[in-house]
Design a binder for this molecule. Structure first.
Ligand SMILES: [Zn+2]
Length: 55
């Protein structure tokens, strides 16, 4: 469950990994980030401005 590099909690791979023990470890040690960012956040965030109303 723990990363061998940073000794933090590795990201859960399935819903079965989301246990109370894991949650407690994440609070104490934090999440591992060695595996890199998830593919969903690979694209750069678009520049957002305040929403303007038509008119
Ligand atoms: Zn790590």
């Amino acid at each position: 469950m723990l990363c061998l590099t940073c000794h933090r909690v590795r990201p859960a791979l399935s819903r079965a990994d989301y246990t109370a023990e894991r949650a407690s470890l994440i609070v104490r040690r934090g999440l591992c980030a060695c595996s890199g960012p998830p593919p969903r956040t690979a694209r750069p965030a678009p520049l957002r401005k305040h929403a303007r109303t038509a008119g």
